[in-house]
Write a protein that binds this ligand. Sequence first.
Ligand SMILES: [Zn+2]
Length: 317
Amino acid sequence: MKISINKNSELIIAADIGGTNIRVCLVNSQGKILDRKKISCNPSLGIEKVGKNISEMVYSIIGHQEVKGMGYSSAGPINQISGEYINPPNLTGWHKKSLVPILKKHLAIDPKVGHDATLAALAETKFGNYKGSKNLIYLTVSTGVGAGIISNGNMIQGQNWFAGEVGHIIINPNGYKCSIGCYGCLEGNISGTAIASIAREKIAKGEKSNLLIKHKESEINSKLILDYAHKGDKFSGNIINHVIDNLGKGLASILAILNPEVIILGGSVAEGLSQFYWKDILDRTSHYAIPFYKKNPPIKMTALGDDASILGASIIV
Ligand SMILES: [Zn+2]
């Protein structure tokens, strides 16, 4: 089968490839999502098989309609021209491989590709509350931590496509380490993965928590810690305080380096924190920020939700 391309079509196929889920959407040029499909992603099946699954989702979502083209956002690091992965921590086994030729083979389409956080930042400048911004950063705090950077209206990508890996700035050399082994980086101390592993480490050292009355240690995740912190569990509250303080350090550092108009926060951990601790996030950022930002640090939550990177993928088409 072959997809009908019409450069004048209003319809765009936009996909998002993550280590956990794959989403394929039909989007119009105004950024409205008209249809969507989601499946779980199992990178260990191999990139060929996953590419075939994505192609089947694309066919089922567009039927016989003509489309302008296809774009996809992906967890990285990824070469945003060839789509080749560079040791992607959440897409194990995909190093030096690309979905582009696989999608080309199955769909007869030449997809555009971008890094998920970078495309989320791009979408914020086109469809979000800071439409038209030329200096905007999108910081995702989820399983991992990463940023998309728009500076002077350009997407910042770096010499080796690693720009925006702010998850690995060191905020406390004596702190916890992340999955790639840097000691005391932001990701190692505030990501969803970090929150769960900090909790387990504390329990292993003999600390007590109310959450162990109803839950097994194997059930601990960042959402549970957030819930218990909000319910007044001291153990969980201490972890969340640690997370917010370190997030404040990270945000203050990013403000100082790039002088953005705004840092937009997204991702499941940021969403969870923002519900009960928004003022604390701003307070800690203000505490660590340079004087220019102390009074009113420009930090906002995304209004595009999970769809930011998908919408960004539609823009590059
Ligand atoms: Zn790190």
